[in-house]
Design a protein around this ligand. Structure first.
Ligand code: ADP
Length: 362
């Protein structure tokens, strides 16, 4: 497997550099052996260089190593040292050598191609997985919400029934205080039961603590952009990025922060659906406190001025079929990372969502 499957393809210049170095190294090893070996099979000395060049860089670096080796062998390692006067045998050997080198390089190139295909496939799989995780999360959230609603509805129903009963006992002439007290006792009990249900659920959620990895927010932004690129193309959205050259690292959970970016970008794409000017600007930087700042600006219709406070509330939605959970999730993730998220109007039109995350202490 050339250069290890799953690793990155080496930069082209490096691949050619390796081919040249490997050839030079072969000559360097063979040269002092001249008194012992003479001009015996000079080309074979260079075969490792061809293999290294082709293995590392594919066809062209392999071919470069082959040609350099053939020239070096015929110049340095034939009877007429350091000259290009060589016998027919030497020439035949050189031609054969170039032929074999070309074949080896070609074979290695097909391995390189296969590796590139596998890497692309892996990338697609990772993207699909992220999307699946997103859908999963939404589905799980839907199920969780339904079961919370069920568990909490029962005690709340009982609270309302008992409160009505208590009112009736108090309204009676004369009021029946014992019965009213009993009804109010039940209200307290049922209220506590609802509290326990909610407490159990929060304990469950807290059981999976978020990761605490050092993260470069620019990477997260780029990963999510890569994920959304085709969606943005399909929606004819022109994307601009202004990413700070070097950002302090933040500490947190990569998947959760990707989720925040994903939600903000999906929202921006959705709201710009019916607008002619579809521009998305994503900026990163640091604020006055040296916290890392990410901004997502769109040219959509913008948030309604009186809704700015409520955008991040769970279940607040203006979309038909919307869940109103996206921004609520963003806020809880950002705040769990010690940061803040806010929305303002973009000028002349659109929305700006900005969040900050504390920089990791140096
Ligand atoms: P949903 O997308 O399901 O409605 P969100 O919590 O993601 O839930 O968004 C809540 C609401 O905030 C949206 O329904 C919309 O009214 C408003 N909103 C979100 N993003 C934007 C935006 N980029 N521009 C204007 N309004 C937005």
């Amino acid at each position: 497997m050339p250069y290890g499957f799953g690793m990155r393809e080496p930069p082209r210049a490096l691949a050619y550099g390796v081919a040249v170095l490997a050839t030079a190294a072969s000559l360097f090893v063979r040269w002092p052996l001249w008194p012992v070996l003479g001009d015996a099979v000079p080309h074979m000395t260079f075969f490792p260089a061809v293999v290294v060049g082709a293995y590392f860089g594919g066809f062209w670096p392999g071919l470069l190593a082959t040609i350099l080796s053939a020239v070096a062998a015929n110049y340095f390692l034939t009877q007429q040292l350091r000259s290009f006067h060589f016998s027919v045998n030497d020439l035949t050997a050189a031609i054969l050598f170039v032929l074999v080198g070309t074949i080896v390089s070609g074979l290695s190139e097909s391995l390189h191609r296969a590796r590139r295909r596998i890497v692309a496939h892996e990338r697609q799989r990772a993207e699909a997985q992220l999307e699946l995780a997103r859908v999963n999360r939404i589905t799980t959230m839907g199920q969780l919400t339904a079961s919370i609603a069920h568990e909490v509805n029962q005690p709340i129903g009982a609270v309302v029934a008992n409160a009505n009963a208590a009112l009736r006992w108090l309204d009676a002439r004369p009021p029946v205080l014992d019965e009213a007290r009993e009804a109010i006792d039940s209200i307290v009990k049922e209220g506590n039961r609802a509290g326990q249900v909610v407490g159990r659920i929060s304990a469950l959620v807290k059981k999976t603590p978020p990761q605490q990895d050092p993260l470069d927010v620019n990477d997260i932004v780029l990963e999510v952009i890569a994920l959304m690129r085709s969606e943005m193309l399909r929606n004819r959205i022109s994307l601009q990025t202004q990413l700070a050259k070097s950002l302090p690292l933040v500490q947190g959970d990569r998947i959760q922060l990707q989720q925040v970016m994903l939600n903000l970008i999906i929202n921006a794409v959705e709201v710009m659906g019916k607008i002619d000017e579809r521009e998305l600007l994503i900026r990163t930087g640091t604020d006055a406190a040296n916290d890392v700042m990410v901004e997502v600006r769109d040219t959509g219709p913008g948030p309604k001025p009186d809704s700015l406070e409520r955008l991040f509330d769970a279940f607040y939605t203006t979309k038909p079929g919307g869940m109103g959970m996206g921004l609520a999730i963003c806020r809880s993730i950002v705040e769990a990372h010690g940061g803040r998220i806010s929305a303002t109007a973009n000028l002349p039109q659109g929305a700006v969502f900005r969040f900050t995350l504390p920089a990791q202490p140096a």
